[in-house]
Design a protein around this ligand. Structure first.
Ligand code: 5GP
Ligand code: MN
Length: 334
């Protein structure tokens, strides 16, 4: 993969561009994509942002979110946007399967493919890009890319808000180890450009419906299991809970982190029956590698301390497989 700054000549004349991200995008996927969008339109390109699926309501405030095409609900529109594109940017994922039903169309596109991402072990599908696992967020990499291309004067308030949103969420509000001095300097620069961080925190974190909080209480009370012998905590959510509390996309985001707040717990797992498949989220503290764990047992991946996977087994069987996997990792979890 050639370095991202080598795309500079490709951006000189207007091009038809698509930006896409992983399915069920979070604030980093959406924020980095929209930041790049606001940059590229200033450069005169014709840019469309496509999400493989819908996205949470708490991201709808983002400048440009109203123009994002949901591939699942607006497939024809998305395919039209993909027709004849010259550049494809893939943000916040590094394996095409993470775009679900959009994946075959991305694979088939004959344009120049560019990766901007911070996950481990990228697939070799990209001609240009940056894959930096030390970056706090893909949003940070978009910010740094704009600098590398010598266009920092184009970082306007729209871009600043999108970049901040991706960074604040992926760093757990600036507490994970990935929150380097470089990240704080970036945020200071964004504030110099007019960013008001408290407004964004409110949009993202204080924008839920009552039922989401009730679901949270119910889950922690009734669905949590703690395996102290393995320093592991687990939440297993049946599909009936998702229905009962009328949960929407994004309502389970962040739930897994509560488990890590228990003293001594090194790994946390959230296992949700989504009906079509069982989705798993893993988090760890310290030196337990949940990227490897997710890859080995649950067809997934991600980062060292945050990863995800999936299973086509029932919830019960998936939970049993998880417990067995934890037992196998007993020594690493001490
Ligand atoms: P989350 O638990 O928040 O869904 O995801 C945690 C991290 O793991 C994110 O960086 C996400 O991109 C990654 N991730 C989640 N699910 C999968 C998966 O099925 N495959 C891979 N490769 N990464 C995943
Ligand atoms: Mn990310």
């Amino acid at each position: 993969m050639k370095p991202i700054e080598e795309i500079k000549p490709l951006l000189e004349a207007p091009k038809k561009v698509v930006i896409t991200m992983h399915q069920k995008p979070d604030a980093d996927a959406m924020g980095s994509s929209l930041a790049l969008y606001h940059y590229l339109i200033q450069k005169g390109h014709l840019v469309t942002v496509i999400s493989p699926t819908n996205f949470p309501d708490f991201l709808k405030w983002m400048p440009g979110a109203e123009g994002v095409i949901d591939f699942e609900s607006s497939t024809d529109k998305a395919l039209e946007a993909l027709k004849g594109i010259e550049l494809l940017f893939c943000l916040d994922f590094n394996a095409l399967y993470r775009t679900k039903n959009l994946a075959p169309h991305l694979e088939a596109a004959t344009c120049t493919k560019i990766l901007i991402d911070h996950h481990l072990e990228p697939q070799p599908d990209f001609e240009y890009g940056v894959s930096d696992t030390s970056a706090s967020s893909t949003a940070q990499l978009v910010y740094e890319t704009i600098y590398k291309l010598g266009d920092e004067k184009l970082i306007n308030l729209d871009i600043a808000q999108c970049i901040y949103a991706g960074t604040v969420t992926d760093t757990g509000s600036f507490r994970f180890a990935s929150t380097t001095a470089r990240v704080h300097r970036m945020v200071a620069d964004l504030m110099d450009r007019g960013l008001r961080h408290e407004v964004i925190h409110q949009e993202i974190y204080d924008n839920f419906l009552e039922n989401r909080l009730r679901f949270l209480g119910h889950s922690l009370l009734n669905r949590m299991e703690v395996f102290y012998e393995y320093n592991t905590a687990m939440l297993a959510i049946p599909y009936s809970d998702l229905k009962r509390f009328d949960l929407q996309t994004g309502d389970t985001e962040g739930l897994v982190n509560f488990l890590l707040s228990i003293q001594g717990i090194k790994m946390a797992a959230l296992i949700i029956d989504r009906n079509s498949e069982v989705k798993l989220s893993f988090r760890s503290k310290g030196n337990f590698d949940v990227n490897t764990f997710a890859r080995r047992y649950f067809d997934g991946g991600g980062h060292f301390n945050a990863s995800g996977g999936r299973s086509t087994d029932s919830l019960e069987r998936t939970v049993n497989r998880f417990i067995k996997a934890v037992e196998e990792n007993e020594t690493l979890l001490q």
